[in-house]
Design a protein around this ligand. Structure first.
Ligand code: KG4
Ligand code: ZN
Length: 341
């Protein structure tokens, strides 16, 4: 089966061609530079950029895969959650392609696609579910922080989520308080590598809470007050590195501790992680260390599949069609607030 998949839920225009579990191409056009000027994603700009980029990106993906439109067997797109006007661009374009080709169309839940992205690896990236195990999956991005129990393929239950800021948002907002450009996450990761994570003691919100929920706004507020009360801490490069490393350590400790606790409580032996924040080196290291210590198998999404991409949308759509899921009707609409479950 050869599928075309489109992802435009936020600030990445991505198109992939997937065939029999193999990612033949996964073209991504990032809008980060455009939104950086405003310190965050501007929905109207995002939609306009998707409109501008979608056809060239689609053409590039088909070319890279050496696939002609008439060779496609199905078309999929992210249906939600996401920015309404951004979602509309990819979703409606994908429906139009499927309609023109008289092929089945499938709308995919963005987070459900993240859940299976850690099972895609290699060159070319290929989905391998032969070793699939029930797992607890951590999804950490700029917009979401979720813990999900994946009981079997295509069957999952949300355990917890953030009650306020997402983990990536916390990186971005605390980085902004330190004067780092948007999105601050990757830069905080880089600066932290030569910083002391124990230099400053920041709160670990909900670390010992019985629930699987997260909360990061208290940490953000603690950093705001710290920076206000210690303006000199931003003048020295080493002190900024120490601050980054200390904030990062707080975020990572909460994510790792709560993920492993949820895995233990639910009796699974496997942990997976995906989403933009999974690019973070300290998070990857700490999850690896903790899972090895506690005897869990760990599957981290490959870096290029951590951030938003259409490959994961195509892989999940293919699994769903093979599992017998009925294609969507052409009057289906986007679901910007779609909750996983
Ligand atoms: O999944 P993603 O590309 O987009 C969505 O938010 O859906 O994630 C982007 C988020 C941003 O908040 C960004 O700062 C964060 O992921 N991020 C990182 C790193 N790379 C990306 N945060 C910490 N360390 C990184 N290396
Ligand atoms: Zn995402």
């Amino acid at each position: 089966m050869t599928l075309l998949a489109i992802e435009t839920s936020c600030d990445e225009t991505s198109v992939a061609v997937v065939r029999d579990g193999k990612v033949l191409s996964n073209t991504v056009s990032s809008q980060i530079q455009i939104h950086a000027e405003y310190g965050g994603v501007v929905p109207e700009l995002a939609a306009r950029e998707h409109l501008r980029n979608l056809l060239p990106v689609t053409q590039a993906a088909l070319q890279a895969a050496q696939v002609q439109p008439d060779q496609l067997d199905a078309v999929a797109a992210t249906q939600g959650p996401g920015l309404p006007t951004a979602l509309l661009v990819g979703f409606k374009a994908a429906q139009a392609v499927a309609f023109a080709l008289r092929k089945p169309f499938l709308g995919i839940h963005h987070h459900e696609a993240h859940l299976y992205s850690p099972w895609i690896s290699g060159d070319p990236p290929t989905a391998d579910f032969s070793g699939f195990q029930p797992n607890v999956s951590l999804i950490v991005s700029g917009g979401h922080t979720l813990l999900v129990l994946v009981e079997s393929e295509l069957k999952h239950r949300v355990l917890g989520s953030t009650t306020d800021d997402a983990a990536g948002e916390c990186f971005d907002k605390t980085g902004k308080l330190m004067g780092l450009p948007y999105p601050a996450g990757p830069e905080m990761d880089r600066l932290s590598e030569s910083g002391n994570p124990k230099a400053f003691d920041f709160p670990r919100p909900l670390l010992n809470d019985a629930s699987d929920d997260f909360s990061f706004s208290g940490l953000k507020t603690a950093v705001r007050y710290f920076v206000r009360d210690h303006p000199d801490s931003l003048k020295e490069v080493q002190s900024v590195r120490d601050l980054c490393a200390s904030i990062q350590a707080a975020i990572v400790e909460v994510l790792v501790t709560k993920t492993l606790r949820a895995a233990k409580r639910n009796g699974v032996r496997c942990v997976t992680a995906s989403g933009g924040v999974t690019c973070n080196r300290a998070l990857r290291r700490e999850l690896t260390r903790a899972c090895a210590k506690e005897g869990f198998t760990l599957r981290l999404a490959e870096r290029e599949l951590c951030t938003d991409n259409a490959a994961m949308i195509g892989i999940l759509a293919e699994r769903k069609l093979l599992a017998g899921l009925k294609p969507a009707l052409f009057d289906e609409e986007i679901k910007p607030g779609w909750i996983l479950d």
